[in-house]
Design a protein around this ligand. Structure first.
Ligand code: ADP
Ligand code: MG
Length: 266
């Protein structure tokens, strides 16, 4: 995926939420996007998949995927890309699930449509995918509706759903923000395993510098919708050149998290 001069402007807003952002996502790599709340991370993520309402939001630039600019796609063509070409884990995972349907059934339905598997097979595969994100046994049975699931469980269900579609690229917007460290480590290990086995590449959005430093290959620092700096993750976090990045890294250093051992093997 290659992003060139991407801009996002909400109707009626004086300034753009995202301005002229460019980056390249290499196969099997993790591209981290960091920045404080309101920096434009989610607006950017949604633009990558054409998820903004074109009546409310003006998008500029190019998002090249498999040789074509997704911003030229019709809604019908985008639907074909979403899920199997590019998967997405939303920041608001609770809102992305159907509250009237058991999570295991939702996932089984997605699998059944994708792989033309039988109902029984799809259900078994769905259970396997959910077990990989730590949803198993009693939780699986005792979680009848999405609205009874905690934020963390919804997040894990969304991750299972995204990975079940076997995408080439995954856009993950704060995917582990509601999870404790043990589950966070399990999800990062799962994503790393997918990188190795299928060449999955990931746009990993987070405000957690510690997590990004352990997981991302390259990063971009976003501030007020614009790129402050980008490059190799270790270079930028160890030797930030921009004052804004220095302040972010400084706060992180003071929080005592810097230098913590990696939560998951890369
Ligand atoms: N639907 C919307 N309408 C108008 N402005 C929005 C909308 N969504 C986000 N914004 C604005 O866009 C900017 C970036 O927000 P967002 O992309 O959610 O940032 P982040 O994900 O980094 O916290 C903010 O100033 C926010 O107020
Ligand atoms: Mg956000």
């Amino acid at each position: 995926m290659n992003v060139k001069n991407l801009s996002v402007r909400f109707r009626g807003q004086p300034s753009a939420a995202v301005s002229n952002v460019s980056f390249k996502l290499r196969p099997a790599s993790v591209f981290g996007i960091i920045g404080e709340s309101g920096a434009g991370k989610s607006s950017l993520a949604m633009a990558l998949l054409g998820l903004h309402d074109s009546r409310e939001v003006k998008i500029g630039g190019e998002v090249t995927f498999q040789g074509k600019n997704l911003l030229d796609y019709s809604e019908g063509d985008l639907c074909k890309v979403r899920g199997s070409g590019i998967g997405m884990i939303f920041q608001d995972s609770m809102g992305a699930l159907d509250p009237s349907m058991k999570v295991v059934d939702q996932l089984a339905e997605v699998i059944r449509m994708r792989e033309s598997a039988s109902r029984g097979e799809s259900r078994l595969l769905a259970i396997q995918h959910l077990e990989r994100v730590g949803i198993a046994g009693d939780i699986l049975a005792a979680a009848p509706h999405a609205y009874q699931l905690s934020g963390g469980l919804c997040q894990r269900a969304m991750i299972a759903m995204a990975l079940a579609c076997n995408p080439e690229v995954l856009i993950a917007d704060e995917p582990t923000s509601s999870l404790d460290l043990r589950l966070q480590a399990q999800i990062i290990a799962l994503l790393n395993e997918r990188r190795r086995s299928t060449g999955l590449s990931i746009v990993f959005i987070s405000h957690d510098l510690g997590l990004v430093s352990r997981f991302a290959d390259d990063i971009m620092v976003l501030h007020e919708g614009a790129t402050v700096e980008s490059g190799k993750c270790a270079d930028i976090l160890n030797k930030p050149s921009h004052a804004y990045t220095k302040s972010l890294v400084g706060v992180w250093g003071q929080s005592g998290q810097k230098g913590e051992k990696a939560v998951a093997p890369a």
